[in-house]
Design a protein around this ligand. Structure first.
Ligand SMILES: Cc1cc2nc3c(=O)[nH]c(=O)nc-3n(C[C@H](O)[C@H](O)[C@H](O)COP(=O)(O)OP(=O)(O)OC[C@H]3O[C@@H](n4cnc5c(N)ncnc54)[C@H](O)[C@@H]3O)c2cc1C
Ligand code: FES
Ligand code: FES
Length: 1333
């Protein structure tokens, strides 16, 4: 949809806001789902709402404005959640609906994203489409770099980004790497492959470029002429939008702005709203008046003189970027050092959307302590041009301004007109340095702007400036240090004194916000050292040109590491399977069929729960959660909340008609709270805004209780279940006969699911028979039904549960929706009205928790040749405050603990600990990704003790022939051996390892590391009845077929595969088959869609149903063999043959006897191996993933595109888990990381620069069509990145003469990497510990 926003349309929209009862739109209301404006007025549901803070890109739309000065139209992407609706006066807004739709015509961007398999759950897809589309509007033939740059602000939790980038690159003039489209047969030769379907000549591609409709940029909609007329109207007037509590004023010209600033000195100037917006939303800031000069011509200009450049305050950071690029192309290099420094940081500052919204003036004035630009501007001696009714004045953008000294500040009536940035000079160096948790779109952990001026022709410091960000509440200047170094020579002694002085001057208190105190202090001097080296290199170059010969040569191997600039060179090589040439052409099994909903995902027409139209009388629910980890509830005072407008009720434990505590899970806290984030009550109101406002007014009085258990490091004998143990051989005896014994501990931190669609439930009470209809997103319909029935005390047959699709789940939507469903059903029952319950991102992260953190302990006995004889492993996981899935997670962890290695005397024991944290739950891999790090850690430690490589020790101890696992299940590891061998050979592991060693010898501050990990993963559940599945298939008289089954579509392509199965079994085209949703009225008692089993078990159930129907049709077909499907169906009907049936799969007959510690726990195993290479910056802790090769045993893939998507997506999710994703809690158990600002999942810049994925064939007759479940297995392969980082860190430590073995933990964050690569700077920080001044 294209919205052409004139005042009239705004006025008309205001009265229609959902549930607002015509009270008018607050002027600050944002243009996104949160506002419900587009939904209501036009039912525009394509733009998704995921974080509300500008950090995920799900809500990306394109804004177009006409510039009357240049007569050009400017298109740019924005995150709608931060765009105030009033700021769009005169702009055209294009949402995904306006790009293309199934009803009219889909756009090539939408088509290609879908056909390249760039969507899984589809929740991020409209945002991805809008980012690429906007880029194409400005650059119809973009470069590959522009594609990755455009996608930097869009998060996807499912795909791993490769196919999204690939779809974008199909628009590039010359596709830079033809490998994208290359698919070969398996890398194994035919003779080696026991799989019959492999024929080179029949190889399929993952997609066919020839099918793409051409992209014709001339066919795009034109900019609305009335907006051009409006923009050129010489009689424009001041615009005022008045809401109930706030007023929005858009001045007509600069004088008007100054007038307004005099009348309302406290009113913020809203430009990009990227600083003010989050403050209003998350910090409850309130402003009665907003002044928005956005688009005011006087604030948009570039004025270049001989000395410098003046840039208008209204320039967005993207425009600033373009202007600086132009200037550096025009000016001699020596004049542009400040501009280069700014450009470097502009590339990584936020995502493209924020850079297009945020303005230079807004950035300078808001002065965030993490500002990437202000330290450089200050170091480059920039000045700020101010204007007010009193006149103009200039103030320096210096330390005093940045530190917010009142005398250096703007006066309240002043406006920033522009910023002047002087050119640099010959003997002047300016640099910007930064390190963040993620390369792009992440606030800096520490950043700096530094400059030095030398006396001409010398290395004597004439002027020095250093500004640091993220080291205190403001950007700080190390002015005293700089002062003391004036007159000094630029040499090592000066550096050493500078480090000491700056550490003394910049104090970060031990309890500083953001923590990481030692690391940040180390960064202060590490960045200074980088600057020192850079300047020295510059001086050396100048020496060469001036022949002064003053300085020592550049020290060999001291080239600082590449500074966090993301690599745009992403190449990918996918080898997938080929199908039997004799397979009928219409049989889709084995082909890379596009996701059933892919086109709907990309057009925004796929309906998620939040997209469902408003229901009459519906109420919104907001939660009130505990702020204490363990406390008695003394009082819940709801009076203030109930008094607020729109509030209908407050629901507490007292209102639960049935069980409030079911199977150990408490719906509403009663009498006491057991974690921060536990739901104490909910507020039901006519709008979410009212509910949220009222929730803040509920007063709860607590009395703290002991104990308060937060970590599992100290044992409290507080457990959620009994110990799980497996054991083989005689461990104690074996320890007596080994050459060496090592013991160690491994910490693996937790992980947030960060599914893009937060938990969402719609509970609709029915008039009759206490029925309740619930629509929600989940992996397990029966659990949801069970919890709601328990809470309402009604039979399950009264509860109809529907789930169509989930915007990602990864295990986080197994049990939590059931609890939240019970909470909302109680509210629906009490109020008698439909309840819409959508968790905000912060609440979702707080309440629903995630992957279990693990403490692993090991004792390993081994021979000097690397053979491991005995292992004694203990696992403790932090289960949180309630049972949830913790016991099951521990069972899986213990059962999978040996991974790919045979250790004759092996014992593994584990217990989930009960603590006062929100209850952790299922997460992709179900404990395996954590547990197995312990195994790989002791392998690495053994290798180090034996002077072998970890890969050699892995090879020595890996299962080699048909064997029994430690829990006594027989298996054949042949595919494991093949994956491992192929991985090492095809990735040229040995040669690259040698090359990395060579590289490391030549580089002191950057190190490369390689690691390969093998994997034996399990599929399915050790409890047989969890493996059952059912289906219901109807054939209608027109021949169309409706399939229902017990699995849920979470983006993993389950429904797509089921259609492929039904198509093969019924021998009809896929287009005849429809699959609508999963619900409890068609298929009852459905178990979880989990354990990588969805396609396995539901496929068998669908197959069973189809085969029953086929058998019934057989006589009809025999009678009329030349008939068509439609004719046969018609004849069958006339012969009274039933055309509907259920299908059933009893499940794999697994068993596990925990008393004996043995059993055939799993139906089969999935094998794989991956190898990754990284480069680590020892000075900052940043790393870059250079290459990954994955070999995954897929047996025969039903849909290689879906399976490769799962492998890549899981790998990237695993890589995030092992490297950058870090949950932060206070010692009191308060979760700090509650959104994309604080919790970093990988973006497009984190994926391997070279990414090779191969499906390896094997046989798996037990599963449908000899396939394998691949939903989770790739997750663990991400650990190859963790171990490659450890390899690089080990190289750094070896060179520094440090111990060979060191504690290994996950994630390997920049902090951990930096602090492990101990050097003179870390030593200095540990020595210089001083008390606060
Ligand atoms: C998701 C996200 C990621 C981000 N990542 C980064 C990052 O990596 N690095 C980084 O440095 N920053 C980052 N930022 C911060 C961003 O750079 C600033 O929020 C932005 O520059 C502020 O500009 P704005 O135009 O949006 O300001 P607004 O929010 O519109 O205004 C901010 C303040 O400036 C004042 N103001 C604005 N213009 C003027 C003027 N002309 N005269 C006087 N006062 C004025 C307003 O009164 C207000 O107080 C991020 C922000 C978001 C939302
Ligand atoms: S919802 Fe707007 S950026 Fe996340
Ligand atoms: S497809 Fe991107 S978040 Fe699911």
């Amino acid at each position: 949809m294209r919205l052409c926003l004139k005042k009239a349309s705004l006025t008309c929209l205001s009265g229609l806001r959902r549930g607002n009862r015509g009270s008018g739109v607050p002027p600050t209301l944002n243009l996104c789902r949160e506002s419900q404006l587009p939904t209501l007025r036009f039912h525009l549901t394509g733009t998704k709402y995921s974080c509300g803070s500008g950090g995920c890109g799900a809500c990306t739309v394109m804004v177009s404005r006409y510039d009357p000065k240049t007569k050009k139209i400017h298109h740019y992407p924005v995150t709608a959640c931060l765009v105030p609706i009033c700021s769009l006066h005169g702009a055209a807004v294009t949402t995904v609906e306006g790009v293309g739709s199934i009803k009219t015509r889909i756009h090539p961007v939408q088509e290609r994203l879908a056909k390249c398999h760039g969507t899984q759950c589809g929740f991020c897809s409209p945002g991805m489409v809008m980012s690429i589309y906007t880029l194409l509007r400005n650059h119809p033939e973009p470069t590959p770099e522009q594609i990755t740059e455009a996608l930097g602000g869009n998060l996807c939790r499912c795909t791993g980004y490769r196919p999204i980038v690939e779809s974008g690159k199909t628009f590039c003039a010359v596709s830079n790497d033809k490998k994208y489209f290359f698919n070969s047969c398996t890398s194994l030769s035919i003779s080696e492959v026991p799989f019959v379907f492999c024929f080179v000549e029949m190889c399929t591609k993952l997609y066919n470029e020839d099918e793409f409709q051409p992209f014709d940029p001339t066919q795009e909609p034109i900019f609305p002429p009335e907006l051009i007329r409006m923009a050129e109207d010489p009689n424009k007037r001041r615009l005022t939008f008045r809401g109930k509590r706030t007023t929005w004023i858009t001045p007509v010209n600069l004088n008007d702005l100054l007038e307004l600033k005099t009348s309302f000195p406290e009113a913020p100037i809203i430009m990009g709203n990227t600083a003010v917006g989050p403050s209003i939303k998350f910090r409850d800031e309130f402003h009665p008046v907003f002044i928005s000069p956005l688009g005011l011509q006087e604030l948009y200009f570039v004025d270049s003189t001989d000395d410098g450049v003046t840039i208008g305050a209204g320039y967005s950071l993207a425009q600033l970027n373009d202007a600086l690029h132009f200037i550096v192309s025009e000016q001699p290099k020596e004049k542009t050092k400040t501009y280069h420094a700014l450009l470097k940081h502009l590339r990584t500052l936020a995502g493209a959307q924020i850079r297009n919204m945020a303005t230079l003036g807004g950035h300078v004035v808001s002065r965030p302590n993490y500002s990437d630009l202000n330290p450089i501007l200050a170091a480059g001696n920039a000045t700020i041009n101010l204007i007010s009714k009193e006149g103009k004045r200039q103030i320096p953008l210096d330390g005093r301004f940045l530190e917010k000294s009142p005398e250096a500040n703007l006066k309240s009536e002043e406006t920033v007109l522009s910023v002047y940035i002087p050119h640099s000079t010959q003997w002047h160096f300016v640099s910007g340095l930064r390190i963040a948790q993620r390369q792009e779109n992440a606030f800096a952990i520490v950043n700096a702007g530094m400059s030095v001026k030398f006396e001409d022709g010398t290395d004597t410091i004439k002027e020095l400036q250093m500004f640091y960000g993220s080291v205190g509440p403001t950007v700080v200047s190390a002015s005293k240090t700089c002062q003391q170094l004036i007159g000094r020579k630029w040499n090592d002694q000066m550096l050493s004194d500078a480090c000491r002085l700056v550490l003394d001057e910049i104090y970060i208190p031990p309890d500083a916000e953001g923590g990481m105190v030692e690391y940040r202090r180390t960064l202060i001097i590490s960045l200074l050292f980088k600057f020192y080296l850079k300047v020295r290199r510059g001086l050396n170059k100048m020496v060469r040109t001036t022949s002064l010969g003053l300085w020592a040569p550049w020290p060999p191997g001291h080239e600082p590491a590449h500074e966090g600039m993301p690599g745009n060179k992403i190449t990918c090589f996918v080898r997938e399977q080929c199908v039997d040439p004799h397979q009928p052409p219409q049989d889709p099994v084995g082909h890379p069929v596009m996701h059933q909903s892919a086109i709907k995902h990309t057009t925004g027409e796929a309906v998620f729960v939040d997209d469902m139209p408003p229901i009459s009388q519906e109420l919104f629910l907001a939660v009130v959660t505990s702020t204490r980890a363990h406390a008695k509830i003394i009082l819940i005072d709801t009076s203030a909340a109930l008094a607020l407008p729109g509030v209908v009720d407050v629901i507490t434990a007292e209102d639960v008609p049935g069980d409030n505590s079911y199977q150990g899970e408490i719906f509403y806290a009663q009498n006491e709270v057991i974690c921060v984030g536990q739901i104490v009550c909910t507020v039901a109101a006519d709008t979410y805004a009212h509910a949220k406002e009222a929730a803040k007014k509920v007063r709860i009085v607590y009395e703290d209780l002991e104990p308060r258990i937060i970590t599992i490091e100290v044992q409290h004998n507080s457990f959620l279940s009994a110990e799980k143990k497996i054991e083989q051989g005689d461990v104690e005896q074996a320890f007596k006969y080994v050459d060496q014994i090592i013991e160690g501990k491994v910490h693996v931190e937790g992980q947030e699911h960060f599914y893009m669609e937060t938990q969402t439930i719609l509970a609709i009470p029915q008039e009759e028979d206490k029925e309740m209809v619930c629509t929600y997103v989940t992996l397990g319909t029966y659990l949801f039904q069970e919890y709601v029935a328990a809470a309402l005390n009604i039979p399950r047959n009264r509860i109809a549960c529907h789930t169509k699709r989930a915007g990602g789940a990864f295990g986080g939507k197994v049990s939590k929706p059931a609890l939240l469903g019970a909470v909302s059903a109680v509210a629906a029952k009490k109020t008698g009205r439909p309840i819409r319950f959508i968790l905000e991102r912060g609440d979702d992260m707080l309440i629903t928790a995630g992957r279990h953190p693990l403490l692993g302990k090991y004792k390993i006995g081994f021979m000097n040749n690397g053979v491991i004889k005995a292992a004694d492993i203990e696992y403790y996981i932090n289960g949180g405050c309630s049972p949830d899935e913790s016991e099951l997670v521990m069972e899986f962890m213990v059962l999978r603990s040996e991974n790919a290695y045979y250790i004759p005397n092996f014992r593994c024991r584990g217990r989930p600990c009960k603590t006062n944290l929100p209850s952790n739950t299922a997460f992709r891999g179900f404990g395996f990704p954590q547990g197995i790090v312990v195994g790989e850690a002791y392998i690495t430690a053994v290798a180090s003790q034996c002077d072998l490589t970890p890969e050699q020790v892995k090879e020595i101890n890996m299962y080699k022939r048909t064997s029994r696992t430690a829990h006594k299940q027989t298996f054949n590891p042949e595919p494991l051996r093949r994956c491992w061998k192929e991985c090492l050979e095809k990735s040229s592991f040995s040669a690259r390892k040698l090359a990395a060693e060579e590289f490391n010898k030549k580089n002191y501050w950057k190190k490369r590391g390689l690691a390969a990990v093998p994997m034996k993963f399990t599929v399915g559940m050790p409890t047989a009845f969890y493996n059952q599945a059912a289906a219901l298939v109807h054939i209608y008289l027109d021949g169309s077929v409706l399939v229902s089954h017990s699995g849920c579509e979470l983006g993993q392509g389950l429904h797509t595969k089921m259609i492929q199965v039904a198509s093969r079994e019924l021998n009809i085209p896929e287009s005849y088959i429809h699959l609508s949703e999963t619900n409890t009225t068609t298929v009852s008692n459905a178990t979880f869609t989990a354990g990588s089993m969805g396609a396995d078990i539901n496929g068998k159930a669908v197959q069973n149903a189809c085969q029953i129907l086929k058998a019934r049709l057989e006589p009809v077909i025999r009678k009329n063999p030349r008939g068509t499907w439609e004719v046969w169906i018609s004849e069958a009907y006339k012969e009274s043959i039933s055309l509907s049936t259920t299908g059933y799969f009893k499940g794999y007959q697994t068993n596990m006897d925990w008393k004996k510690g043995e059993g055939n726990a799993f139906p089969y195993f999935v094998y794989g191996a991956s190898c990754s290479e990284v480069e680590v910056d020892c000075l900052t802790g940043a790393h870059k993933l250079l290459r990954t090769d994955i070999f995954m045993d897929a047996a025969f893939s039903i849909n290689p595109a879906v399976d490769i998507g799962q492998i890549e997506g899981a790998f990237v999710q695993g890589m995030g888990f092992y490297t950058i994703e870090e949950l932060k809690y206070s010692p009191e158990g308060v979760l700090y990381s509650r959104g994309p600002d604080d919790y970093k999942i990988p973006t497009v810049t984190e994926i391997p620069e070279e990414f090779n994925v191969t499906l390896v064939h094997s046989q798996n007759p037990i599963a449908i069509y000899s396939s394998k479940g691949l939903g989770e297995a790739g997750m663990f392969l991400g650990s190859s990145v963790l171990f490659a980082i450890y390899d690089a860190m080990a190289a750094a430590r070896r060179e520094r003469g440090l111990t060979k073995t060191f504690t290994l933990s996950s994630p390997a964050t920049p902090e951990l990497i930096r602090m492990t690569c101990v050097d003179q700077f870390t030593d200095m920080v540990r020595l210089v510990r001083r008390a606060p001044c």
